[in-house]
Design a protein around this ligand. Structure first.
Ligand SMILES: [Zn+2]
Length: 180
């Protein structure tokens, strides 16, 4: 009998701490703040901007942040929700991992995390590697596109084939230094 009671209260405590983390993250970081953080630039509420999700190549801006409801929606990949959902999608957490997305959110913005079971951190470490890989892939794509659409057209004007090849390599190396 006593075991059942203590077991249940332990679960209750855990549920409370998970809710606390999510509530803390929601109260401290707004959807707009996270959207701007992910984009690396300002975002105007109610106006379309490119979707920050790594798995959505958003050619025509279709991502909206709504300040009155502190929410977001992407009309391209048909996802939306609150700041926790944005963190979860952007950082690759599963639906049942909302509390980890919330903890990550607090951590990312320099806030204290209400409770920190070690399993969170282990998982966070693993996720961090994944996110770094996604971020790098994204940068590589951007770099290749800049090269293709902004640099290659200039290089095409070089008549001499060898010089063009040499200049291409040099330009790509320069670009890699500028956009590592
Ligand atoms: Zn999207």
């Amino acid at each position: 009998m006593e075991d059942t009671i203590s077991g249940r209260s332990h679960q209750d405590r855990r549920a409370i701490s998970e809710r606390r983390v999510i509530e803390a993250a929601k109260s401290k970081i707004s959807t707009l703040q996270l959207a701007e953080h992910l984009q690396g630039h300002g975002v105007t509420p109610g106006r379309a901007t490119r979707c920050p999700m790594a798995d959505h190549e958003d050619r025509h801006p279709s991502f909206f942040v709504y300040q009155d409801t502190d929410s977001w929606y992407c009309y391209g990949c048909l996802r939306g929700g609150d700041v926790i959902e944005l963190a979860r999608h952007a950082w690759g957490y599963e639906k049942h991992e909302a509390k980890m997305a919330a903890a990550d959110l607090l951590w990312e913005f320099g806030h204290e995390i209400p409770s920190k079971p070690p399993s969170w951190f282990r998982k966070q470490e693993r996720q961090r590697d994944t996110r770094a890989a996604i971020e790098q892939t994204r940068k590589n794509i951007v770099r290749r596109r800049i090269f293709k659409y902004c640099i290659l057209p200039i290089l095409e004007h070089i008549e001499d084939e060898q010089e063009r090849a040499k200049e291409s390599l040099r330009a790509f190396a320069d670009l890699k230094d500028l956009l590592p």
